[in-house]
Design a protein around this ligand. Structure first.
Ligand code: TRP
Length: 340
């Protein structure tokens, strides 16, 4: 059975290999079997970048290049811009009544972000409620399966709480609960092996990374600190080079051979890293080229986004009417019995 897939990304920078492993890879497969909507979440990105709207605006185009270069197919996936769908904001306002202020304060994802961004003291109301707006994103489009990274789980839980509360208060089943779809690969660590791969931490490889960027990042990668001499046996647990090989080397047997060799001893870190550099170059080179090519045709790229946004808008209008119907606030002015 065809399912509705809804997911999105904040346009705060180019997408990178972490996004690929965490969610894009799933979307590439899902688009062939299901009915997929992908949202560029510019309004959500503004909740902590409201003072830099130009950053968000330019990155909408960058994310679009990333989607198309990596293989999101606009014939199969509707790509659209969040801020252009007014129904999302209307639904958010109604949803805000379905959640307590106290509950919002305890969302672990929001708390972690607040800490990371140093906004504890001055957190805005807009940032605090973004999980509610994300619940509107998901439910307005009837999202059933949500391909996202692990960090989004608390937001999905919040969404489903709102769905249950709404359905029970209005005695309806117009809203559907959403299921997260996580990647089968473990989260990609940053080159340093500690934090996650992230643009702001400077340890990310984007789809436009040059061979030199790849070399630099791989050279810095954390391996086994006790593997000092080539002939020493090495550890593969926590060894970032192997995590990346597991994620990107298409030849699984070769990866297994390398693991055996490394554990036995006799495989040097630099030889291993050279191999990973080549694997990553083979993965990124076609994306880098495709991206360059698309960059030369901005009109084509933006037409795709425009068309997707129009389609999403139609869907949003229809769905919001159904939802307001369930809330008994879908007034029809030509029929005054609605108010009695
Ligand atoms: N919060 C998501 C992120 O930071 C982006 C997002 C916005 C999203 N709306 C969504 C993801 C709806 C899934 C579904 O990556």
């Amino acid at each position: 059975m065809k399912k509705r897939i809804l997911t999105g990304d904040r346009p705060t920078g180019q997408l990178h290999l972490g996004h690929y492993v965490g969610s894009l890879k799933n979307r590439l497969e899902l688009q062939h079997k299901h009915d997929q909507f992908v949202m560029i979440a510019d309004a959500q990105a503004l909740t902590d970048n409201y003072d830099h709207p130009e950053k968000i605006r330019t990155n909408i185009f960058e994310v679009m290049l990333d989607y198309l270069a990596v293989g999101i197919d606009p014939q199969k996936t509707v790509i659209f811009i969040q801020s252009q769908i007014p129904q999302l904001f209307e639904l958010t306002f109604y949803f805000l009544n379905m959640v307590t202020y106290n509950r919002l304060k305890h969302n672990p994802t929001v708390k972690a972000e607040m800490q990371q961004k140093g906004m504890e003291e001055n957190v805005t109301a807009g940032f605090m409620i973004y999980p509610v707006s994300q619940a509107a994103d998901i439910t307005l489009f009837g999202g059933e399966l949500i391909p996202v990274g692990m960090d989004q789980l608390p937001i999905l839980e919040q969404t489903n709480e709102i769905v249950r509360r709404f359905n029970s208060i209005y005695q309806t089943d117009v809203l559907k609960e959403a299921k997260p779809l996580f990647s089968d690969c473990p989260r990609l660590p940053g080159a340093d092996g500690k934090a996650k791969m992230s643009k702001s931490l400077g340890n990310a490889l984007t789809f436009s990374a040059s061979s030199k960027d790849i070399e630099e990042v791989v050279k810095k990668m954390y391996t086994d600190p006790h593997h000092l001499k080539v002939q020493d046996p090495g550890k593969i647990e926590g060894n970032v080079v192997f995590t990346y090989l597991d994620a990107f080397d298409p030849d699984k047997n070769r990866v297994q051979d390398l693991k055996d060799h490394y554990q036995r001893g006799g495989l040097g870190d630099m030889t291993l890293k050279r191999h990973l550099m080549q694997v990553l170059e083979e993965f990124i080179a076609p994306l880098r080229e495709k991206r360059e090519q698309l960059k030369q045709e901005p009109k084509r790229v933006l037409d795709i986004l425009h068309e997707g946004t129009l389609r999403a808008k139609k869907e949003g209008e229809k769905r919001l009417e159904e939802i307001k119907e369930a809330m008994k606030i879908s007034y029809r002015f030509q029929n005054f019995t609605a108010f009695r």
